[in-house]
Design a protein around this ligand. Sequence first.
Ligand SMILES: Cc1cc2nc3c(=O)[nH]c(=O)nc-3n(C[C@H](O)[C@H](O)[C@H](O)COP(=O)(O)OP(=O)(O)OC[C@H]3O[C@@H](n4cnc5c(N)ncnc54)[C@H](O)[C@@H]3O)c2cc1C
Length: 429
Amino acid sequence: MTRIVVVGGGAGGLELATKLGRTLGRKKRAHITLVDRKASHLWKPLLHEVATGSLDEGVDALSYRAHAKNHHFDFRIGSLRDIDRERKVITLGEMRDEQDQLLMPSREIEYDLLVLAIGSKSNDFNTPGVKDNCIFLDSPEQASRFRTEMNNEFLRLHAKHGEGIVDIAIVGGGATGVELSAELHNAIKELHNYGFKDLDSSKLNINLIEASERILQALPPRLSGSAHKELTNLGVNVRTSTMITCAEKDGLITKGGEKIPAQIMVWAAGIKAPDFMKEIASLETNRINQLVVKDTLQTTRDDDIFVIGDLAQCTQPDGSFVPPRAQAAHQMASRAFSNIVAKLNGRELKPYIYKDKGSLISLSRFSTVGSLMGNLTKGSMMVEGRIARVVYISLYRMHQMALHGMFKTLLIMLMGRINRLLRPKLKLH
Ligand SMILES: Cc1cc2nc3c(=O)[nH]c(=O)nc-3n(C[C@H](O)[C@H](O)[C@H](O)COP(=O)(O)OP(=O)(O)OC[C@H]3O[C@@H](n4cnc5c(N)ncnc54)[C@H](O)[C@@H]3O)c2cc1C
């Protein structure tokens, strides 16, 4: 039986393993194994909501083991360390507990077809002090760290009966930085309602710092202007054309030498693939460690290795690269699935073409802005407000549908509604 190993159970990898399990796995045409370094999956675009407590990771995370059991694939926990293309094995690193005691030794897994989908992490562009002083917000642990630090600052302020201010600096005016800024204002409003009477938006000083001349470069200027205005109305200090050259313990230094003081600093200014990818198995990589793939999503140097999601550098017919987005990971999972089936059946593989469905940015419950692309809209259509909110949520619903099917997704939505009635609006502990 063909052994298909998918490494990375994120936006792309988990959808692919689920599809492969439901079809080839169920019919015993292939043995599917999913590997992830974590025991549970949380859709990455939700991380800014976990960071502010608007979303409880414990409620929304999905257990890989339970999901694997229901979808005819195996799950192995572990971190990819190396690939031996000649022997067709991957190596997972050893696992240790919090006291540094060995939990599991290093292991090998054999494959016939390998899919790499381990995503990306924040890129600090080697800016001095960033690694030590900033939070990256690219994993559930970092999101929890942000929430703990934020809650501690709010508690300190509360103990001083609201005297003082919490300074938060966010570097990067892309979707993550913009959404986090708005979500923070929502969080402090909710905390006020839950008994922290001396906390309100006036106690929050957020600097959102962007090196280029406008935030949300992926959106048309009118919409990024709209988001800029909305953030300013909330009290966020949006600073464009400001380059950060260094991060210190208590603030950021700009190229012009100004110090922006901050108790909490977030770095969300770009992505790269993990550093160990650079040299892995002599596969072709680019300057941000992404693996270069052909339009079929196979690596340029090995047809038995597919790459999807943020880890792939995939060139489009017009010469541009597929952007690192959840919608691209979702589409690539579908194309990789049909290409794997085609390969097993000796049929021709088809190229992956990115279909931009638009970009939407949630400004928490205050607003949503974005642009929709596609046949129906005959190009690009700008959307704001309620319609944009509905479409924004639909991207997550599509991910849930790919994992659970229509019926279970409807049940999850119903459960979400019930939870909203029963549980506090903010994770308070
Ligand atoms: C805060 C935030 C907000 C975002 N908002 C949006 C949005 O609104 N819209 C949008 O389109 N995109 C958004 N994105 C981008 C989107 O999340 C990514 O493009 C998408 O998740 C990429 O999917 P992926 O499958 O490549 O990787 P991921 O979803 O990151 O999954 C990677 C998986 O690999 C696992 N892994 C990592 N390293 C290893 C290893 N060595 N061994 C084994 N497993 C490993 C991880 O645990 C993870 O489960 C956002 C990103 C962030 C951080």
